[in-house]
Write a protein that binds this ligand. Structure first.
Ligand SMILES: [Zn+2]
Length: 643
């Protein structure tokens, strides 16, 4: 999840035209966009929007500003509200309680990182160590590249540890040293205490985030026999590899201007690509690439070139990116660098023009995948042909029934010399899609909460809804003998009802629901004291901890003594948890559904009561009266069911 500050930065990196477009129709006129001004009584398009400047301006009434201001004025929102609103449009999940940048840990962490960065850079440029110069010469890196990417050199006399040791304030010194260890740039010495620098005699590539702040380092071996070849600072509170694109801070304006991005794997490749004029290149850290990074890039351009290594890991990485982009209807292209192993080698051997040519001719990654799915020579048996076709179905499936997908499927069937008609092939593909969707839904469904039911439930003549029915199959609740007393009181008589259990499960799987406005209402509907306590606990920790720690917090809670059925619910719900956040709309719908479950719960209780009265009724008249009441309850239940 992004903090408000992070969301603001992403918004500022997004073309203003795409932001305004979410709220107000505009159209492209030359390099800029034009639209009717919403801030005065405009009849002709008086407003101009410039992506390169990032501002709008009305030539009639003088209204002007950036994307956030536009939304503020249009919707009458304050700054933070507007950021949140735009973030919603861009599907950036926000945690407004996360104020990382103001956190003392982050401030000190950045201080340490910035100091180390300057130190390596200065040592490289001033001391000019031979190993550094040799490296630059051998790799044909020029001075501009060194400067632009802030390359430096780490000497072997532990200057970083020495600096930290010399800090005047004892408190700062202790804190900074602790963080430097956590970030993974110094370590404790084995002999006689003290610290040593992690990077020694290495070329250092600083890793900047998209705002240009150093978050970590990659240090490359340059001496004979030096191992390992690469050393990275650790993933930590300050360094989340999946969310960083190497070189993005330098490339972002070029990506927008050239309306294309080249995604490669290694830092070295990015530096060399930039040096050869491909300054719209970014690198994934290893093969990690998050949905956030994907969104960040696809907000700037829809033209992607993938040029990661062609080994198994690189192919896997590209497959992942390809799939994410296909889901957005973007078909990335694939740059083949063979016979070279990477862009660095290719450019140094063949030069810039050859790469331009390869990019011009680049097939889509989808085509490459399909080609590899069709065996050569084509198989003889229909069985094998069909299984190859299934493979193609799978490859194009992120595009769903998009025209491109259908075309590819038909072409593949032809290439496999299958005799079926186009319609039959397309039908088979549609069937494949719906089966896949079904599988996914099954997977996504909240955990089967094998949950206890009050004994009275057995006399119910059927649960009101289908999904409800499944939950009635659980074993009766057993009292947990080890339950501590303070949790014991209310629960020893009452087992939690299904709605309560479901609420707990839903909140563990999707804790972001705790930010819903409906949550207070739902808490009021919960009678079961233990469930109530658990949800309150969840609410408290969720607002305080980092997403990364969430799983651990729940797990440690499960080690405490409480109702074991609730424990099971929490554990199985945790299994379905992931850090991706649901959209607000979905959350509110889920909360509304939960409220309905509570309504049903109340009605079921009423009905059980009436059924008991019915069996106890002595006169026919009394029996009929109860029956009428039961009918009324049934009508209500049916009404809810229809909702
Ligand atoms: Zn105006």
């Amino acid at each position: 999840m992004a903090s408000i500050e992070e969301a603001k930065n992403i918004i500022k990196d997004t073309p203003i035209s795409s932001i305004i477009n979410f709220y107000h129709p505009i159209s492209k006129k030359g390099a800029d966009f034009k639209g009717v001004c919403p801030f005065h009584n405009d009849t002709k398009p008086s407003m101009s929007i410039s992506d390169s400047k990032g501002v709008y301006k009305c030539f009639a009434c003088g209204a002007a500003g950036d994307g956030i201001k536009f939304v503020q004025d249009l919707r009458n929102l304050d700054f933070i509200e507007a950021v949140k609103d735009i973030a919603g449009q861009l599907s950036i999940p926000i945690d407004e309680f996360k104020k990382k940048e103001k956190n003392p840990k982050f401030e000190m962490g950045f201080r340490v990182l910035n100091y180390a960065y300057k130190l390596y850079k200065k040592y490289g440029s001033d001391a000019k160590p031979k190993a550094f110069l040799d490296f630059l010469k051998n790799r044909n890196l020029n001075e501009e590249s060194v400067k632009a990417f802030g390359l430096g050199f780490a000497p072997n006399n532990n200057p970083l540890s020495t600096f930290l040791n010399s800090m005047s304030s004892g408190k700062d010194k202790e804190f900074a040293t602790k963080l430097a260890k956590e970030i993974g740039i110094i370590g404790d010495s084995n002999r006689g205490g003290g610290q040593y620098d992690f990077f020694r005699d290495r070329v250092v590539f600083p890793i900047h985030d998209h705002a240009g702040q150093v978050r970590g380092f990659q240090a490359r071996a340059v001496l004979d026999g030096q191992k390992p070849k690469y050393m990275n600072s650790r993933e930590s509170f300050i360094f989340d590899k999946g969310n960083i694109l190497y070189g993005f801070n330098i490339a972002k304006n070029n990506i927008r201007a050239k309306d294309a991005v080249i995604v490669v794997e290694g830092n070295m490749d990015v530096v060399v690509l930039h040096q050869f004029g491909f300054n719209n290149s970014v690198g994934t850290m290893g093969v990690a690439f998050s949905e956030n990074s994907c969104r960040l890039l696809s907000n700037l351009t829809k033209n992607f070139y993938l040029g990661m290594d062609s080994d198994a890991a690189g192919m896997k990485g590209m497959e992942r990116i390809n799939e994410m982009l296909l889901k957005q209807g973007i078909l990335p292209k694939y740059i083949d660098f063979s016979p070279s192993k990477d862009p660095d080698e290719f450019l140094n051997e063949f030069g810039r023009l050859d790469l331009v040519e390869r990019m011009d001719k680049a097939p889509t990654f989808l085509e490459v995948k399909i080609e590899s799915a069709i065996p050569s020579p084509i198989p003889q048996t229909t069985d094998k042909k069909l299984s190859a076709l299934q493979e193609v179905f799978k490859i194009v499936s992120p595009l769903e029934d998009n025209l491109v997908a259908k075309e590819k499927v038909i072409l593949a069937a032809q290439a496999l010399a299958l005799q079926s008609s186009k319609d039959d092939i397309l039908d088979a593909y549609k069937k494949f899609l719906s089966e896949m969707k079904e599988k996914k839904n099954r997977y996504k469904k909240p955990p089967q909460q094998k949950v206890a039911q009050p004994p009275a439930a057995q006399s119910f003549d059927g649960p009101p809804t289908e999904s409800y029915a499944e939950e009635y199959q659980g074993p009766p609740l057993e009292e947990d003998q080890h339950m501590p007393h303070d949790l014991h009181e209310a629960t020893s008589v009452n087992a939690p009802n299904k709605a309560e259990v479901m609420t707990l499960g839903t909140l563990v799987t999707n804790p972001e629901c705790l930010e819903s406005k409906q949550i207070a209402e739902i808490l009021d509907l919960i009678d079961h004291s233990e469930v109530k306590q658990l949800i309150n606990w969840l609410k408290n920790i969720y607002l305080e901890i980092d997403d990364a720690d969430y799983t651990n917090f729940i797990k440690s809670k499960l080690e405490e003594n409480f109702n074991k059925d609730l424990k099971n619910v929490m554990a199985s719900s945790l299994f379905n948890y992931n850090s991706l956040k649901l959209e607000k709309k979905v959350i509110e719908k889920m909360m509304t559904d939960l409220k309905v479950k509570f309504e049903i719960e109340v009605l079921m209780k009423e009905k059980a009561n009436l059924l008991r009265l019915q069996s106890e009724a002595i006169t026919e008249e009394a029996g009929l009266k109860v029956l009428a009441d039961i009918q009324k309850v049934n009508v209500k239940l049916n009404k809810i069911k229809k909702k």
